[in-house]
Design a protein around this ligand. Sequence first.
Ligand SMILES: [Zn+2]
Length: 331
Amino acid sequence: MGPGRWLLPVRLAARLGPLFRFAMSAGRYAPSPSGALHMGSLLAALGSYLQARGQGARWLLRIDDLDTPRVVAGADRRILDALTVFGFRWDGDVLYQSARRAAYACALDALLATGRAFECGCTRREAQAGVKGIEGPIYPGTCRDGLPPGRLSRSLRLRVDESPLCFVDAIQGRHCQILSRDIGDFVIRRADGIAAYQLATVLDDAHQGVSEVVRGADLLSSTPRQMALQRNLGLPVLSYGHLPVLVDADGQKLGKSRGALGLSADAIADQLWCCLDLLGQNPPDTIRDAAVPRVMRWAIDNWNIELVPRVQTLDAQVYQRSSSQRSGFAQ
Ligand SMILES: [Zn+2]
């Protein structure tokens, strides 16, 4: 086949570029480099990977290294290495959020200039004097109409309203919030000058062309805030699926710092099998000892998001018992 045969499709694709981008969906995984990958993060990575690859979509990686006090040197490399060993293959370059500060500053300026955001001079204690919302106290609105005399700007907040924000989550079903009632005007630039998680996430999802976000259900209640930012910034609204997260006996999400359920290099297929099992995919026993590419192939070919348990948490202990009996798991 001569090179000329490609010319027409290439030209067409270039002309229809925006349309192609719209049609081609992409998923992403965005770990923070604050520790090693563990069973909880593997579960989230796998759910996001299979939802993208199962549709033939791209899967992108982003390192959430904005919260510099929490960043552990070298953790990004270790996460990428672990993902590779577990059979993940990502598209394009890894995006580091620390390289995107200028874009965040630009968006923050625009939100401030149009009055969609306002400067807040309150200390953490003052900001927490409001009534209780679903994630802590609701900002009492002290600086909404301008900084009180003598106060200096500390953080930037998005002005929210009482319109309901609803979406249908691919796993958890319909979810609605009224931001003014449930959350309040929320911080988009922290007092230490760092762009807040919500703002950076929304800008980077749009920048990377992400169309569907699959992540842990601990972020379910963040989604309406991200939708509000998408609206205010004129960005596309995305599809969402929130996976159950692994929790310990106290109901706490498995933390990287707790060291629970670390991953073992000895039984990779087995750990993938266990994640598939937790995600409701009914993996056959025959792939439990198979080579990693074969396990991943089976997982991609058979992925069905409708089988994922429609719960927000899964008890890690149940899993820990069955897996340690079998593979002598590193814990
Ligand atoms: Zn304030």
